[in-house]
Ligand binder design. Structure first.
Ligand code: G4P
Length: 538
């Protein structure tokens, strides 16, 4: 039990040092679920694969989650998956899959210290990965790449490298190299440790794969490949084996280059090598920047920010959970915190912190930098709210992400206009949807914008159930949007064009909507892309 402030700081430092908070960025089907499961399998949290897949299949069945929790002794929460291996505590932040793609998915990345990018060897970088990558790029966090499905026909490793470089503008640095491709795939050469792992398949990869470890030449002798293929492999290894050692640590830390591992999550090929290095490459919790540009030292008093709000998880309680990323200090149950965005220095007692598992709540006793705590929202928490125990701080970390889908909205009942505005304002504050005035609009319609199309259903449902307000939605043809600076000159220039429409959100932030990609390109020429923000720091 620490007694002095220095002891507490030491404890915080030690606890922080052994945490790795990361998120997986990938396109649906690339193998995120399978890899997550294998991370748990290799992390020792589960002994047989299957549970996460089960979770994916029954995403909303809380009872299943609970059963998994009990059985496996792991935390499967709606927001973070925790496991521990070799004294390292991993917090894997959930970035929901295809159907659920929303601003939440993007915001989650703001709470991660490292991103793990999973790519399908046959498909390369796909659309959703690109979107998620943009956020990593903005934050300049390290990205570690796992090229999956190497047991299937796909691109050759050098092609994958160019694909990543061309699509994302990030330099891939091979850290492992596959021996044989597709049906000939039979091992992984660890370019860092200079060992060749020949692998034996396990049925569906349910258990850890048996492996044999050799020096390069010894291993090649045992491999079942033609002489020409072996020669080619030697050549590729010669070309690539020094790249990792000469990787610029600064460039890696800022996400300018990415160590790249190859393997097959399904067959457990290449996972040992990958996981060994992952724990070393993934960042421990990093200090976040205060508004004034100073950094909040992680051993300072408790602070954190809210990156996700989730309302009505349990229909019996009309409550809202706030997910907090701990940025400094120690969080303990019962801690009194203040909110940075001015509720009159009122202290709020965090007496019911919990992690959410399905829709059950488990009390969390303490948490350290890098951890995610979920709290009951006292009503005043918003996305991006900073909370702290003693020393005031305000992180301005969560940007506004530009919406990509738009709908005009009105009420079916003309007497419910007030509910419409109030309800939508509330949902906008929670970060569920962006609400805009209809450009040059008349009447009582409003414009909704979301990052994922499914979000409109959420809005419809919540407006009906919480505000008793039935919505009428009409599609509009806007193709894209960009946030704008508060610069009248820029706004005037844009307003002159026929196919661009300037409007404001409910907070008064200006945004421009485009009818076509052509209109967007024209606007870029007119006012410069530096005045058209994909992300806007609010
Ligand atoms: P996601 O979460 O990114 O959407 O992907 P998921 O892990 O669910 O994987 C998508 C599909 O790809 C699954 O097949 C999965 O078994 C398969 N897969 C994942 N990793 C590998 C790999 O290394 N090699 C091969 N060959 N396949 C892989 P499915 O048929 O959609 O599902 P299931 O029937 O296997 O459950």
């Amino acid at each position: 039990m620490p007694e002095t402030a220095t002891d507490t700081q030491k404890l915080i430092e030690e606890e922080a040092k052994r945490r790795r908070t990361f998120a997986i960025i990938s396109h649906p089907d690339a193998g995120k679920t399978t890899l997550t499961e294998k991370l748990l399998l290799y992390g020792g949290a589960i002994h047989e694969a299957g549970s996460i897949r089960q979770r994916k299949a029954s995403r909303y069945a809380a009872s299943d989650w609970m059963a998994i929790e009990k059985e496996r002794g792991i935390s499967v929460t709606s927001s973070v998956l925790r496991f521990e291996k070799d004294n390292i505590k991993y917090n894997l932040l959930d970035t929901p899959g295809h159907k659920d793609f929303s601003e939440d998915t993007l915001r989650t990345l703001v709470a991660a210290d490292t991103a793990l990018m999973v790519i399908d060897v046959a498909k390369g970088v796909e659309e959703q990965t690109e979107k998620l990558f943009e956020v990593c790029k903005m934050r300049e966090i390290p990205i570690i790449t796992f090229v999956n499905k190497c047991d299937r026909p796909g691109m050759e490793p050098l092609e994958v490298m160019s694909n990543v470089e061309n699509q994302l503008g990030i330099e891939p640095i091979p850290a492992s190299w596959p021996l044989g491709y597709g049906k000939d795939f039979q091992g992984i050469y660890d370019l860092i440790g200079k060992k060749l792992y020949l692998l034996r398949k396990e049925k569906h990869g349910a258990k850890k794969a048996e492996k044999e470890v050799y020096d390069l030449e010894e291993g090649l002798e045992k491999a079942v490949l033609s002489q020409a293929e072996k020669d080619r492999f030697r050549e590729e290894v010669m070309l690539t084996e020094d790249l990792f050692d000469s990787m610029d640590p600064e460039a890696y830390q800022h996400g300018k280059c990415t160590p790249m591992f190859f393997g097959s999550a399904l067959n457990n090929f290449g996972l040992d090598v990958f996981l060994d290095y992952f724990s070393k490459l993934a960042n421990p919790p990093q200090p976040y920047e205060n508004e004034d540009g100073s950094e909040r030292v992680i051993t300072d008093d408790f602070s954190g920010f809210i990156f996700k709000l989730q309302a009505n998880m349990n229909p019996d309680h009309r409550d809202c959970a706030a997910f907090v990323r701990v940025t400094s200090g120690k969080f303990e149950r019962g801690l009194e915190v203040e909110q940075a965005d001015g509720n009159g220095n009122k202290k709020i007692k965090m007496s019911t912190p919990h992690t959410l598992m399905g829709d059950e709540r488990h009390i969390l006793e303490e948490a350290y930098p890098g951890d995610i705590v979920s709290l009951f929202n006292p009503g005043s928490f918003r996305i991006g709210t900073t909370i702290f125990s003693d020393h005031p701080v305000r992180f301005n970390v969560i940007p506004l992400f530009t919406p990509e889908h738009f709908m005009k909205v009105s009420t079916k009942d003309p007497f419910k206009r007030k509910q419409l505005r109030e309800g939508l304002k509330q949902l906008a504050e929670e970060g569920v949807v962006h609400v805009f005035e209809v450009p040059k609009g008349v009447g009582n319609e409003l414009l909704l914008g979301t990052v994922g199309a499914l979000q409109f259903d959420v809005v419809k449902h919540r407006m009906q159930s919480e505000y008793n307000c039935e919505l009428h939605m009409t599609p509009v043809t806007y193709n894209s949007a960009r946030w704008l600076p508060e610069d009248q000159e820029v706004i005037d220039k844009l307003e002159k064009s026929y196919s661009t429409h300037v409007t404001k959100d409910m907070e008064g932030n200006p945004i421009v909507l485009f009818d076509s990609t052509y209109a967007l390109n024209q606007a870029e020429e007119k006012v410069g892309s530096e005045n058209l923000y994909k992300f806007k720091q609010n």
